[in-house]
Design a protein around this ligand. Structure first.
Ligand code: HEC
Ligand code: HEC
Length: 488
């Protein structure tokens, strides 16, 4: 049996390549930059129809992003990599969103405060005392973060509304007057207030989110008394850096080093992380050789409707940014500690429901963008899938994916899975937004080949990413800059 299957499988590519021989109707096409004419295959012809229908350009950038060399983006980079923004001086934003880890952390569930070794990233990152992770969700990539127009976070709790931005600080969906000028600014004010991510249990333990932000800013500027006060040389270092970025040589720490300015420069830095120069874009712009045959077949499966032999992934992963920015229930296996409104519901993460309180929003999560998805694993809002193949197979048949989910793939110790079966049963009683389909193994391979064409080569090269990382030999006086070591 197995042997027959193998023989058939090894013949398949041959059979496919016969099919791919150009026919007479196929037009000869000469890309502007090619020396010889290129034959358009049947896949190229079908894809050019899809591309026209969907109005794709390959370029999702609508508003010019900040440049990483701008003074504010540079200051944002220093802060993004500095542990001074955490209560116990042990976590930086980059601890969970590192440019060399796809803008994430390579973990299913993030580890913030109380890491056994705060400077170690990747799979070696564990909690002191081997505790189970307290952060309930997977760290999304900060790459292309400025391209979101509707919502931040897996459940969209920071979101654009008609007259501004709503955040967890104001009742949904009312506007938060302190949210700042864009979604990324609004988002940057929250990680520092989260006990498990950056704040820790000891910093301003009885305060509000706002008092925590103000205290952290005041500690950085040396004008508020807090636990773990910074040395004079350190507050001087930050004062000089803020004065330079804001071109305000005489401004006082109190007016300059504010929680709003911290969020603003973090946003400038993150929004400069635009990585959209991928082979798919080159292909859409006319370079027919930018992607291979498997990727072209995968693209057709991705874009074509079910009535045309495709899987209609594009229904949700829409447009050049590959997301509708809406919320769907695709039955992702509920591993992890869960995130709920009451202790009784613990171990389950109801996603969008936690924001809207609407029953139909249970288990809905924001559709991720698929740009650079190859490097942003583990996948799903809780990192339940540790291979892209597994994630794609799940999207082809979410019901089976949930029922037959294999916890053995998890590479992180102590992830909570003890309630997985009952959580899955409860989830399967909800209405999924995606029905299962039968598929071939080959479809998974082709879809993955297509998704890999959405990777900007820059994100895989340390030299290319160096611009987004502060030089390791230029430490702040207290040495709080995260110069990470990696165990992948
Ligand atoms: C402990 C790890 C950790 C740290 C530290 C951390 N984050 Fe995150 N970040 C996460 C996780 C997990 C999420 C998703 C949370 C959710 O959706 O509920 C997230 C979400 C985000 C998002 C939203 C991404 C999206 O696609 O919507 C941005 C932007 C972001 N973080 C930036 C930052 C910044 C800026 C800092 C530092 C001030 C920071 N993060 C610190 C883990 C971390
Ligand atoms: C009904 C809308 C919908 C359709 C159709 C859909 N997706 Fe998704 N996709 C989502 C949502 C929502 C998530 C996030 C789920 C979560 O985190 O719980 C997701 C997650 C993913 C991820 C993981 C991305 C990441 O960063 O973690 C991949 C890969 C993916 N989808 C690929 C596909 C492919 C391939 C298809 C077609 C076979 C497809 N999707 C069809 C809505 C959809």
């Amino acid at each position: 049996m197995r042997l027959h299957f193998l023989i058939l499988a090894s013949l398949l590519p041959l059979l496919m390549s016969c099919e791919s021989r150009p026919t007479d109707e196929q037009k000869i096409y000469t890309p502007a930059n090619a020396s010889a004419p290129v034959l358009r295959s049947e896949w190229d012809i079908a894809l050019s129809e899809v591309i026209t229908q969907q109005g794709l350009t390959g370029n999702p950038v609508r508003i010019p992003p900040p440049n990483i060399n701008d003074p504010k983006a540079q200051l944002g980079m220093l802060l993004f990599f500095n542990k001074a923004l955490s209560g116990n001086l042990d976590v930086a934003c980059a601890s969970c969103h590192h440019p060399l880890l796809g803008g994430g952390d390579n973990l299913s569930l993030s580890i913030g405060v109380d890491a056994a070794d705060p400077d170690l990233l990747g799979h070696g990152r564990v909690l002191a005392g081997n505790q189970a992770p307290g952060v309930p969700r997977n760290a999304p990539s900060t790459f292309n973060i400025g391209l979101w127009q509707q919502a931040m976070f897996h459940d969209g709790r920071v979101a654009q509304v008609t007259d501004g931005i709503t955040t967890p600080d104001t009742p949904f969906p009312t506007v938060d007057a302190l949210a700042g000028g864009n979604l990324v600014h609004a988002q940057a004010r929250f990680p520092i207030t989260s006990v498990a991510e950056m704040r820790g249990k000891q910093f301003d333990p009885h305060g509000t989110a706002q008092s925590c932000r103000d205290s952290l800013a005041g500690r950085l500027g040396g004008y508020v008394n807090t636990p773990k006060a910074l040395q004079k040389t350190e507050t001087r270092y930050w004062l000089d850096a803020f004065r330079k970025a804001y071109q305000a040589p005489d401004a006082s720490p109190k007016t300059l080093i504010t929680e709003q300015h911290i969020a603003e420069v973090l946003s400038e830095y993150q929004r400069s992380q635009v990585f959209v120069n991928n082979p798919w874009r080159a292909y859409v712009s006319g370079d027919l050789e930018a992607i291979n045959a498997a990727a072209k077949q995968g693209a057709l499966l991705f874009f074509k409707g079910r009535d045309q032999g495709g899987y209609a992934c594009v229904e949700c992963h829409r447009g050049d940014f590959f997301t509708d920015e809406a919320f769907h229930n695709v039955l992702l296996p509920p591993i992890g500690p869960g995130k709920s409104l009451t202790a009784a519901e613990d171990q389950q993460d109801f996603g969008r429901f936690l924001v809207t309180q609407r029953e139909e929003d249970k288990f809905r999560f924001r559709t991720p963008s698929l740009l650079n998805v190859e490097v942003t694993g583990p996948w799903g809002h809780n990192g339940a899938y540790t291979t892209l193949e597994g994630m794609v197979a799940h999207m082809l048949n979410p019901f089976n994916g949930a029922v037959y989910y294999d916890v053995a793939q998890l590479r992180q110790p102590n992830l909570q899975t003890q309630h997985l079966r009952e959580n899955i049963r409860e989830m399967l009683r909800s209405d999924s937004d995606l029905s299962g389909q039968t598929y071939q193994e080959q479809d998974v391979r082709q879809l993955v080949a297509f998704l890999q064409t959405l990777t900007d080569p820059c994100v895989k090269k340390a030299e290319c990413m160096a611009k987004w990382m502060p030089p390791a030999d230029q430490q702040d006086p207290m040495g709080l800059q995260l110069n990470a070591r990696f165990e992948r």
